[in-house]
Design a protein around this ligand. Sequence first.
Ligand code: GCB
Length: 586
Amino acid sequence: QSGPVIDMPVPASFNELTQDPNLRQYVGWVWYEREVLLPRSWLLNALTTRVVLRVGSAHYYTIVWVNGVQVTEHEGGHLPFEADISRIVQAGPGALCRITVALNNTLTPHTLPPGAIQFLADESKYPKGYFVQNTKFDFFNYAGIHRPVVLYTTPTVYIDDITVTTAWTGNIGVVRYQVLVAGSTHYSLSLSLREKEGKVVATGNGTVGELKVVDPKLWWPYLMHENPGYLYYLEVTLLAQAGGESLEDLYTLPVGIRTVHVTRSQFLINGKPFYFHGVNKHEDADIRGKGLDWSLIVKDFNLLRWLGANSFRTSHYPYAEEIMDLCDAYGIVVIDECPAVGMRDQENFGNKSLAHHLTVMEELIRRDKNRPSVVMWSVANEPASELTPAAYYFKTVIAHTKAIDPSRPVTFVSNANYAHDHGAPYVDVICVNSYFSWYHDSGHLEVIQLQLNTQFENWYETYQKPIIQSEYGADSIAGLHNDPPLMFSEEYHKAVLQKYHSVFDKKRKEYVIGELIWNFADFMTAQAVIRVLGNKKGIFTRQRQPKAAAFILRDRYWKLANESSCIHPTVKYYNFYVLKESPFPF
Ligand code: GCB
């Protein structure tokens, strides 16, 4: 009944695991199914034990059944969702649990990212019923269960959510907390804040409060301090009664004490100017597509640190929590972006899209709000912000984002004309993408400096807000050489970067607060005449080998780190920090 059944690993994209071109470009429903044996102790006492099924992310629209009963559905890839499955698994006598997932990767004008199905009805050219899925974003629409699926338990009275914000003045650090408990109104909560080594530095109780830390060790970005990414651990203990038994729920949340502020020309972390010298990434690799891969994650962090990158933007969607955990622990600063990319048509700005966009921002903030590494939310990448409905649309999305999280600035990534950008008036920081001498004036390296200078001056004059060059770069095919530099050669790639850098060096003394290369690594896109097995703007190949441009950037980033007024004196050029102890058990 179900059609062909094949073995499918989780997590992974399904597209490139077989030799079948139809599976690679498949659009529609796919089904996953797996039976697992639950521990009996999870099933015996429904009054005390709650069983939860959690999906890290599945692309795009997902329906989940347990033992044939629908337990949840979720719209949108890149973000987690879960379902309380206690009643279903605790009802039957057996410990066998059948998990069925139906997943559909069809994108519509109202999904994030949007897409459109085009039926091609001319039967002299296309078979009957032929259709294609069109998208206006530049990465392959990999699909599947992309992140881990886990089963876990809590007591029936449990810690549902924790919100932490931090501040410090003088030698006192402040950790404000709010704990949400579900399952009962009768419980007690106690909190302890521990240092890395385990020593308790502050205690509290109740659902809302403030913990004070004397001489706090602040959370600093990588290369801004000799001990970056310092984390305290907030232990929240809940005690309650249910079914005649005492219940305990314990949750440990890593907490970094730091502040973020934006002025008209600066980005301040802990009161000191922070200059973003980093990258844009993708979750993308051979074979597994967008499936989570620990080895790749660790390799990428080692490359970031080798490069001297202090930050990245999660272009163009939220990245795995496992990646975000390492940003917190290593001090890599993150601009956290939602999947609003490729919004190029009028119909992407209606009420249906807007309602979904607000939900996505809520889900993203709920997931990442406590992360010290996340210093700014990005609500979209290069939408058609010059269209009239974009004005109300982005005003609403940005206001909603700020209302949920007043503690962080908000940005919006533009490439539209500065004078007609309907997002820019509402953001705290302007992010601009540009590709001079690539998509415009192709091959003319000599115009980059003039055009880039004009770009910065126009945006700053109009909005008086700090600016990040959120994308720039050029394609190069690794191993292709030409001197004088011609497009697609490694020499041209290097030359574009160097021209941009000379302008950044002038403007960073004024109001430019960062530069993020497009892209960290080559990545897969839809097939097109301007794409050679994908986008080749990576400074690393898709297999993570450096192109010539990587060495230019490495030189620059380490120099920037050493020049920066706030760099710790012991940080030396080309000094590569290796953590003595890894904070995570991989
Ligand atoms: C952009 C997009 C990015 C593309 C890049 C390019 O502006 O934000 O998704 O991949 O340009 O290389 O064209």
